[in-house]
Design a protein around this ligand. Structure first.
Ligand code: CDP
Length: 252
């Protein structure tokens, strides 16, 4: 088997990337890397320390001195636990407040430089499913399979609304639509690494389709259509904790 196969999943907010990516990784015994969680963790820190949003260098410095870790947690609903400087922030990074600021931080080229370097290091061994906005375009431009996940704007807002409700946030439908729309606009129009479907990415629609159906479709593409197709049988590997520089992984 090609245990170094890399699957890049990009798409707008609420397209189902993390659910599909986590499930795919589980099916293949691959590592799941949620690059958005890294931007969210850094955004949380920027909010907490009162960072200046108009100072790219200060934000990049904050990125360099932060220790963001993703620890595989297949037993949890997101499949991953997020740690910021040793503190668990898995739930905190999903707060609406973080969602409202993250695209501003993610638009800063100097911040992206730091993040992309860490993300490439994480995927270096291969055997990964990585989701985000620039995985197929910047982080892993030579990924064996690139998927662009989509859903209608209504469906994407509905998923985000359900997710926030389930977490106990009292957000209105209009707020969710406004936030998701604004985040997509910022992500798609920024100068550095904007969200876009790469010519060699395969578009997969998720509206009205259940997760397993979508996952099966991508598995078929991986086995038959990737640039270095996966064989039929795949031996699940053991996922290991991830550490982001500096400092390396905390063993938990
Ligand atoms: O809410 P959703 O799961 O769709 O987004 P996310 O994957 O958690 O990403 C949050 C935000 O981080 C995005 O809206 C982007 O602004 C930014 N991001 C990025 O710029 N590049 C990535 N590779 C991943 C996320």
């Amino acid at each position: 088997m090609n245990h170094r196969f890399r699957i890049a999943i990009d798409g707008p907010a609420g397209a189902g990337k993390s659910t599909v990516a986590r499930r795919l990784a589980q099916r293949l015994g691959f590592l799941y890397i949620d690059t958005g969680a890294m931007y969210r963790a850094l955004t949380l820190k920027a909010l907490e320390v009162g960072a200046r949003w108009d100072d790219p260098e200060a934000l990049a410095q904050l990125a360099r001195e932060s220790r963001i870790e993703l620890v595989p947690a297949p037993e949890t609903s997101r499949g991953i636990r997020v740690f910021l400087d040793g503190r668990e922030v898995t739930e905190a990074v999903r707060a609406p407040e973080v969602g409202r600021h993250v695209s501003k931080l993610a638009a800063v080229p100097q911040v992206r430089e730091v993040m992309v370097e860490q993300q490439r290091a994480l995927a270096a061994q291969g055997g990964v499913v990585m989701d985000g906005r620039d995985v197929g375009s910047v982080i892993l431009p030579d990924a064996e399979l690139k998927i662009f996940l989509t859903a209608t704007p209504e469906e994407r807002a509905r998923r985000r609304w359900l997710e926030l409700q389930a977490q106990g946030y009292a957000v209105t439908w209009d707020e969710v639509v406004r936030d998701v729309t604004e985040r997509d606009r910022l992500d798609a129009t920024r100068t550095t690494a904007p969200l876009r479907k790469m010519p060699d990415a395969i578009e997969v629609e998720t509206t009205g389709r259940d997760v397993e159906t979508v996952v099966e479709e991508i598995l078929r593409l991986a086995r038959g259509g990737g640039r270095h197709a996966l064989p039929d049988a795949q031996t699940p590997g053991e996922a290991s904790p991830l550490g982001f520089l500096p400092g390396g992984p905390d063993r938990r």
